[in-house]
Design a protein around this ligand. Structure first.
Ligand SMILES: NC(=O)c1ccc[n+]([C@@H]2O[C@H](COP(=O)([O-])OP(=O)(O)OC[C@H]3O[C@@H](n4cnc5c(N)ncnc54)[C@H](OP(=O)(O)O)[C@@H]3O)[C@@H](O)[C@H]2O)c1
Length: 217
């Protein structure tokens, strides 16, 4: 996909991989709609990118907000060509000791809201015969000590992304999950790769409209 002039919604755009992806999409000529909870960060990034960028602060621990976000971006830009669901939240703690609130919020942010966004935006992409839906998963989705809620939610996201790919992939809409590896961000301060490099790999997959060996589905 030629990203020039495309409308790209990036969740998780207030920091880390999502922040860098939004910058790189804008550098590729795309118009970016930025979302996360921290509105000051979104406003600062929007100002850095330029007048076409828009900020849409929403808390994705409530999937109703995901639907509102999709509607807001379509109202602002007319359509969404690329959905990059980068927002994620790492709840940690022994799996059986997690509170129901922690379990609930992990699944809402990491799995249900990305699918709610895809569900709201995919039909118009299929109708236009063009679009990209990218989700961000993790290599530990098979399970990891003290990260059960996070790993489990990302496993659900990977599975639902694969289902969606089988349902609408091939109708001009590319659907894939991206596993960034171990990236130095607020979520993973000891990570080995810089977020701009991980974002560049994700950007390349979005432009290619397909995955690669580092993409789970
Ligand atoms: N770093 C790694 O090594 C690594 C490895 C595997 C997968 N990942 C995945 O990569 C993605 C990006 O993470 P990152 O490493 O760049 O970490 P990060 O800098 O902490 O970014 C996480 C992003 O998600 C947003 N977010 C968190 N909770 C949210 C909520 N309730 N509602 C809306 N937005 C929310 C945050 O924004 P606000 O706080 O402003 O809401 C932030 O923009 C995540 O999906 C993560 O699971 C990262």
């Amino acid at each position: 996909m030629d990203l020039n002039g495309k409308i790209c919604l990036v969740t998780g755009a207030s920091s880390g991989i999502g922040y860098e992806l939004a910058l790189q999409l804008a550098e590729s000529g795309a118009t970016v709609a930025l979302s996360a909870r921290r509105s000051e960060e979104l406003d600062a990034l929007s100002a850095r990118i330029g007048p076409e960028a828009t900020a849409h602060p929403f808390d994705l621990s409530d999937p109703a907000h995901a639907l509102q976000l999709a509607d807001d971006v379509v109202a602002a830009h007319g359509r969404v060509d690329v959905l990059a669901s980068v927002a994620g939240s790492k709840v940690s703690g022994p799996t059986v000791a997690l509170s129901l609130d922690d379990l609930d919020s992990s699944f809402q942010v990491n799995a249900i809201s990305p699918m709610a966004l895809a569900g709201r935006l995919a039909p118009a992409m299929v109708e236009r015969g063009e679009g990209v839906i990218a989700t961000v998963t993790t290599s530990i989705s098979g399970g990891r000590r003290d990260l059960g809620a996070y790993a489990g939610a990302k496993a659900a996201l990977a599975s639902m992304t694969q289902s969606l790919r089988q349902e609408i992939g091939g109708k001009g809409v590319a659907v894939f999950a991206f596993d960034p590896g171990w990236v130095r961000t607020g979520m993973s301060p000891d990570g080995k790769e810089e977020p701009q490099d991980a974002a560049a790999r994700l950007l390349a997959h979005i432009a290619a409209g397909r995955g690669s060996r580092e993409v789970l589905v």
